[in-house]
Design a protein around this ligand. Structure first.
Ligand SMILES: Cc1cc2nc3c(=O)[nH]c(=O)nc-3n(C[C@H](O)[C@H](O)[C@H](O)COP(=O)(O)OP(=O)(O)OC[C@H]3O[C@@H](n4cnc5c(N)ncnc54)[C@H](O)[C@@H]3O)c2cc1C
Length: 312
C-alpha cells in the first residue's frame, strides 16, 4: 500500500500499520512528516495542541519567516503535510512500546484516551516544558517581556532597560551575553547563586549593574506586558525585558524503558527530535533535526524492505 491508498478516516482505524507515527506537530515533527510524506510513506501525526512557544505572538530568527506567528507556521506546516496525504489526529500519547509484529510493526503507541496505533517507526517530537524561577508574577509574563533566548527576543529590546534574573550558576555569563544587546543592563542575583568577587568585577567592568536585593514580584503594565520588578527593599525597577535560564524538562515520559535510535541502539525504530532531545534547538534547528530524521527513517524502512525481499 502506498501513501496514496490511505483512507480518508485512517486515523480512526487502529488496525492500520503506519510507516511512521510522528508524536508532536511542532516544527520538528512537521518537518519529519513532510519529508516522509513526500517520500510517499504512510504517516500519522498525533498532537494535543500544546506547543512550547504558545506564550509568544512572534517568532524571530527563522529564515524566511521573520516575525511570523508560531501558530501560523504550524498551520502552514500541517497544510503542507496534509497536501502530501499525511494524516492528523488529536491525541495525547501516553506510552510507546517496542513490539515485533509479523507484519513489520515495530512500535505500539497508546493514547491517554485508550486508542492504540501500530507503526514501523515512531518519531517523538514532543518538545519540552520550561520551569521558571519561582518569583510571583514571572510566569504570567513568559513570552510577554520575560524570555530565555537572547537570539530569539533580544534584538526587539536592544538598547532598552533589560535585566537578567539569575537562576543558578552561569547566570553571570548570561548577563555578559545580554550586554551585546543593551548597555542598560542589570543582573538580579535574587539569592540564586554565590556571585564571586572576580565575576562581579568582570561584570561591572563591562557595564553591567548588579542588584543583590531579592525580587519580590515581577510587575505587569496596563498593556499586559512586563513593566518592571519590585525588590525586597521596596524599590521598583522599570524594565522592558527580563531574560532568565529556565530548567528544561523534556516531554518524553511516554518513552520510559524504550531504546531510542542512536549509536547504542542503531536497530531501534524510535527517533527523538527537536526540543524533546535537545533543549538548545530553536525553530530552525528543530526543523533541521526533523528533516534529518525523516531521511534516516526513509532509509531504515527501505533497508527493512530490502532485507525482507531477500527472505522470500
Ligand atoms: C516564549 C518563547 C519564545 C520563543 N521564541 C522563539 C523564537 O523567536 N525563535 C525560535 O527559533 N525559537 C523560539 N522559541 C523556541 C521554540 O519554541 C522551540 O525551539 C520549538 O518550539 C521546538 O520545536 P519542537 O517541535 O521540538 O517542539 P514544540 O514546538 O513544543 O512542539 C511539540 C508538540 O508536541 C505536542 N506534544 C507534547 N507532548 C505530547 C503528547 N504526549 N502527545 C501528543 N502530542 C504531544 C505538543 O502539543 C506540541 O504541539 C521560543 C520558546 C519560548 C518558550
Amino acid at each position: 500500500m502506498t501513501q496514496l491508498d490511505v483512507p480518508q478516516h485512517a486515523a480512526e482505524n487502529e488496525n492500520l500499520l503506519w510507516d511512521t507515527i510522528v508524536i508532536g506537530a511542532g516544527p520538528a515533527g512537521l518537518s519529519t512528516a513532510l519529508m516522509l510524506t513526500r517520500g510517499r510513506r504512510r504517516v500519522l501525526v498525533l498532537d494535543h495542541g500544546v506547543p512550547r512557544n504558545r506564550f509568544t505572538d512572534h517568532m524571530h530568527g527563522v529564515l524566511g519567516h521573520e516575525g511570523l506567528a508560531p501558530g501560523e507556521l504550524r498551520r502552514l506546516g500541517r497544510a503542507e503535510v496534509e497536501a502530501h496525504e499525511g494524516v492528523f489526529a488529536e491525541a495525547e500519547v501516553a506510552s510507546v512500546t517496542s513490539v515485533a509484529g509479523e507484519d513489520g510493526a515495530r512500535v505500539q503507541v497508546m493514547t491517554k484516551d485508550g486508542r492504540g496505533f501500530r507503526a514501523r517507526a515512531v518519531v517523538v517530537a514532543t518538545g519540552l516544558r520550561d520551569e521558571l524561577p519561582n518569583v510571583p508574577g514571572l510566569r504570567a509574563l513568559w513570552g510577554r517581556g520575560v524570555y530565555a533566548c537572547p537570539f530569539c527576543d533580544g534584538y526587539e529590546h536592544r538598547d532598552r532597560p533589560i535585566a537578567v534574573l539569575a537562576n543558578g550558576e552561569h547566570s553571570d555569563l548570561k548577563a555578559h551575553m545580554l550586554r551585546q544587546w543593551s548597555g542598560d543592563l542589570v543582573l538580579l542575583v535574587n539569592g540564586s547563586f554565590a556571585l564571586g568577587e572576580a565575576e562581579a568585577r568582570s561584570l561591572v567592568a563591562r557595564g553591567v549593574r548588579i542588584e543583590r536585593s531579592g525580587v519580590d514580584e515581577v510587575l505587569a503594565g496596563v498593556d499586559g506586558r512586563l513593566r518592571g520588578v519590585r525588590l525586597a527593599d521596596g524599590r521598583e525597577l522599570e524594565l522592558e525585558a527580563i531574560f532568565t535560564n529556565p530548567s528544561f524538562v523534556p516531554l518524553t515520559g511516554m518513552l520510559d524503558g524504550v531504546d531510542v535510535r542512536g549509536p547504542e541502539h542503531p536497530e531501534s525504530r524510535v527517533w527523538v527530535v527537536g526540543n524533546a532531545g535537545d533543549p538548545r534547538a530553536n525553530v530552525p534547528v528543530s526543523i533541521g533535526q526533523g528533516a534529518a530524521a525523516g531521511g534516516d527513517i526513509a532509509l531504515a524502512l527501505l533497508m527493512d524492505e530490502i532485507a525482507g525481499a531477500g527472505r522470500v
